[in-house]
Design a protein around this ligand. Structure first.
Ligand code: CMC
Length: 376
């Protein structure tokens, strides 16, 4: 038996050319480019091109790539009809998991695993995901669907379909930055799930569906909703200190803090903190930002020495709230972005595949005689 690491901590299980993390120094790069530079200068579409091609696009290439995504924004009519039948109280993460899976049934060749075809399928899933979420949100509100506008970029078109009104440039930029920051992150649990599934030579719809199921857990992408629930539970900025200490005394986790890989400040959180502050100021939500900031201060005094700092989910909660998104769409926003990363990993895995099949350390008895039913 080879060595065992609970939760696969510290185990290298794949090679990637997409994102690099130095958890001790708080560094994240996509294809070598520091995440801060991408947040400032890139767009979500360009970032996805970068990850899928391991280089930045030239002007014409980016225009072509964006045009291809925009041409695929609309959902098949059958999926639109399906959304109209969904229970209005369904959870959006369950909706996303179901609809990505369903999309595969309207693909003439869902099981193709050659890389050029898988890239086309990945584009389709990426392009269709915003309408799945926006249409479901309209459906549960009893409002008509707002058709996508191919003149708009990914972030702008999503907010337009969701709210039925053209968003401001500031909101579009804020959402786009969030999408860039969330696109890829090493071999996180959902990305690993996608790679494990595709390594059986299954199909990309199954791989992305599995990844969505993984992401929704509160220890992973579900934490951003947990953060907002916590912020809502804390009545005032002053109450934050007691709230945090009470939780820590009970050994409860504070959502949005800690990370398996980062033992320094998550570089995505530092960008989101600046963004959250600006948006909170612009939208009259400073109390929310100040509550977050106070929680961070208390946590830093209490547990920073253990390497526990805010992670990507902590300030993304305030950011999404200020963009006007309802709480249960926070984790689905992670999905819209991470489909870019998951798909890139599916392509990488297929390009040099080996079936994932680790061993398990059996701890049970041996040589036990079968006991007939009447003697148990
Ligand atoms: N609040 C309080 N204590 C914490 C926290 C936290 N958020 N995170 C870790 N700790 C403590 C934990 O109690 C333990 O203490 P002790 O050694 O005294 O028992 C120690 O730190 C190690 O914690 P762990 O849970 O064994 O470490 P891990 O590597 O398994 O945890 C984690 C990583 C993300 C699951 C964990 O930090 C956590 O549950 N955080 C809250 C949920 C969260 O914010 N998740 C989002 C992660 S980032 C985005 C993403 O990946 O989707």
């Amino acid at each position: 038996m080879a060595s065992y690491s609970k939760g696969l901590e510290g185990v290298i299980a794949a090679e990637t050319k997409m994102s690099y993390i130095d958890g001790e120094k708080g560094v994240l790069e996509y294809v070598g480019i520091p995440i801060g530079q991408l947040a400032e200068f890139s767009t979500f579409e360009e970032t996805v091109f970068l990850l899928w091609n391991t280089r930045l696009p030239r002007k014409g290439e980016l225009a072509d790539f964006s045009a291809k995504i925009r041409a695929l924004y609309e959902l098949p009519a059958e999926i639109q009809a399906m959304i109209g039948q969904l229970p209005k109280d369904a959870q959006p993460m369950h909706v996303m998991r179901t609809l990505v899976s369903a999309l595969g049934m309207y693909d003439a060749k869902p099981n193709a695993t050659d890389v050029p075809t898988v890239r086309e399928k990945a584009l389709k899933i990426l392009a269709c995901a915003p309408a799945m979420l926006a249409y479901f949100h309209r459906h549960r509100q009893g409002k008509p669907f707002v058709k996508p506008d191919a003149n708009m970029g990914f972030a702008e078109n999503f907010l337009y379909m969701l709210n039925g009104a053209k968003p401001t440039a500031a909101m579009v930029k804020a959402l786009d930055v969030c999408l860039v920051l969330h696109t890829d992150h090493g071999l996180n649990n959902s990305t690993f799930s996608a790679r494990v599934v595709i390594s059986t030579m299954s199909d990309i719809y199954s791989a992305i569906t599995a990844a969505i199921g993984s992401l929704r857990g509160p220890l992973h992408g579900g934490a951003n909703e947990g953060v907002m629930i916590m912020l809502n539970e804390i009545p005032t900025v002053e109450a934050a200190e007691k709230y945090v200490h009470d939780k820590l005394a009970k050994k409860d986790k504070i959502m949005g803090f800690g990370h398996r890989v980062y033992k320094a400040y998550d570089p995505r959180a530092s960008h989101l903190k600046v963004l959250a502050k600006q948006l909170a100021h612009d939208t009259g939500n400073m109390a929310l930002y100040e509550k977050s900031s106070r929680i961070e201060k208390v946590m830093s005094e209490a547990v920073a020495a253990k390497g526990i700092y805010p992670n990507v989910d902590f300030y993304s909660a305030t950011t999404y709230h200020c963009i006007g998104l309802p709480l249960d769409l926070f984790t689905p926003m992670f999905v819209l972005s991470r489909i870019g990363g998951w798909s890139g990993h599916v392509i990488e895995q297929l390009s040099d595949n080996r079936l994932f099949r680790p061993d398990v350390d059996y701890k049970g008895p041996h040589g036990v005689a079968y006991t007939p039913m009447d003697q148990r």
